[in-house]
Design a protein around this ligand. Sequence first.
Ligand code: NAD
Length: 427
Amino acid sequence: MTSAAGQNRSSRIAGFHKKTPRERLDLVAAFAGLNETAVAHLANMGNLDPALADKLIENVIGTMNVPVGVATNMKIDGEDVLVPMATEESSVVAAVCNAARQNYETGFSTSVSGNLMIAQVQAVEVRDPAAARLRILERRDEIKAACDACDPVLVSLGGGFRDLEVRLLDTPSGTMVITHLIVDTRDAMGANAVNTMAEKLAPAIAGWAQGRVYLRILSNLADRRLARAHAVWRTADIGGEQVRDGIVSAYQFAAADPYRAATHNKGIMNGISAVVLATGNDTRAVEAGAHAYAARSGRYTSLTTYEVNADGDLSAAIELPLAVGLIGGATKVHPTARASLAILGVSTAERLARIIAAVGLAQNFSALKALATTGIQKGHMALHAQNIAMMAGAVGEEVDKVARILVERASVRMDVAAKVLEEVRGG
Ligand code: NAD
């Protein structure tokens, strides 16, 4: 895509942020020597209004389209749900559909622990941390009033300050006094809401602690906003006892080994992040929370569990923090997010979190089943072959033809794809 780079290679571009996306794109094209095709591609913002894109983030020059697929077969708390998933990775949507097809009759049962977010205020240089802790705790009513005054809308919706915690943290520069403001953020993810409260409270906390306050920000370890899902797959429906035991063993491997757990949880996040992204929520916030929660015991482990129940069937469960919202961030303003929420038919952030937890469990079941039986490459190969075919230059109907031949020849490689493409084009 890149031709000879332009003459002016300075990244110091005065007033770049004040320009329009098209003006910025032209400057970038000149800098990087982009050819016309690349420029035309970036200039096409697809179904996201350029004016909106330009408001969502800074220095916009284009958009990155990612496919939105829909997971079928999901029955969650007795209700059928179609789940939009935005991802660039093949097999992710199919995995959820497959898992849910195998337990459609019973589906997934879900719950949440609440909508509570935590904002942290860090006080340092405190001479008497133990007493400072109590001085802050004594101000609970004052703190509640100050937090609630920051967000009357939230309070009017039944949210607002709920609790106070003060922790003492030993660090190389002494004991820090860490105040946690615990806030019900209702249908918002809540980062801005609680950050505002933490900043507002900070001077008072510095005074009570008789120290200096530095950081005032939410914790993404949203362990008071847990979403849970559990499901049973009947042994007879998943290929018998050997498959069931293979899945349990795969889980036990992840539970015991962080190297395996990282990949195990990555697979879970394939499903979770795809729904989080499709609904305009913050994928990084959810991922940070999930992985921090997986390490809460001090050793990183699996976010799911698998056991054999009294009937001899596979009983699976997931629990993780899911700070997602229906309001705030891009959820309300991005048209694809709005449409995704309409497909889901959710009216509360809690319901969205429950659905996402179920998707994470479905994703994980499929991955473990494939790994414990045929391996994941078999399922991945057909879709992977399509990517390879496209990378080799196949377009339109050629993509499926080339991909099919690559799979038949059990040789899904770029060099083979190029030869097959020539054969296909040669008739
Ligand atoms: P927000 O501030 O845009 O909206 C939340 C506000 O909407 C509430 O404070 C409330 O006043 C109002 N509101 C209206 N109807 C509501 C309802 N039904 N339920 C709850 N509130 C309602 O959004 P936010 O959720 O506070 O912040 C989310 C954004 O913050 C995301 O874009 C995220 O990426 C970003 N962010 C994340 C981090 C982090 O995760 N570390 C840090 C900073 C910012």
